[in-house]
Design a protein around this ligand. Sequence first.
Ligand code: ADP
Ligand code: MG
Length: 262
Amino acid sequence: MIIENSEIILSVRDLTAEVEGNQILKGVNLEVRAGEIHAIMGPNGSGKSTFSKVLAGHPAYEVTGGEVIFKGQNLLEMEPEERARSGVFLAFQYPLEIPGVTNLDFLRVAYNSKRKANGLEELEPFDFEDLVYERLDVVKMDPSFLNRSVNEGFSGGEKKRNEILQMALLEPTLAILDETDSGLDIDALKIVANGVNQLTRPDNAVVMITHYQRLLNYIIPDYVHVMARGKILTSGGKELALELESRGYDWILDQYAETVGV
Ligand code: ADP
Ligand code: MG
């Protein structure tokens, strides 16, 4: 929801970044305030996942210019763990599998490291289990998933739900969801969307990266941005997503690429 004059959570200015010597982000600008849901859409290969990984601090991506301020701090100077602990959460487009580490242990370590960073006592395993069981409900996940290795052998949809379970536990200030809808059937999509909706509050914000408008039927964005060729070409309200659905992306490129300079 758009709240007048709410706190700026994320401010991205002229962000450029490269991977393996190729410039992918060519000057991204974005401002996200508390309470808002932003959607970033755009054709394949436009730099959406790169943008999310740069925000999370993925080491393969080199920032070559611009700035990112998260809650008043210079995000780009923070280590990835520090970013996570201070409230940035990224749900990956392709969630990693971690064989040999149970989901429950993984979640507890992540959760407790965030508590510690905030000066809180770690939760004892039994207390943590109570909390996890409560949060499982947000994503309608079976408890048996807690004792399996992280994401190992999970179906695409189960991995995505597991990402939202992490989000439900970590309660991030800024959640970046990279194609959390891809590979989901309609029931799983509704569960994931419902989970995200339950987790949005006036003091946090969500940036959803998505290819398709259908997720946006369930999670209503305040702003829709179109990224192509490493820049945000244009932004609008939720109706822009519907227009993209019916008209595709080419007209956006025709109309804006030259003005924006890509
Ligand atoms: P999107 O998520 O919008 O589909 P990506 O950010 O995944 O786009 O990719 C943007 C471009 O960057 C693509 O051309 C892709 O091949 C390239 N790219 C992304 N990651 C890497 C990498 N690790 N190594 C080489 N090229 C990459
Ligand atoms: Mg992507």
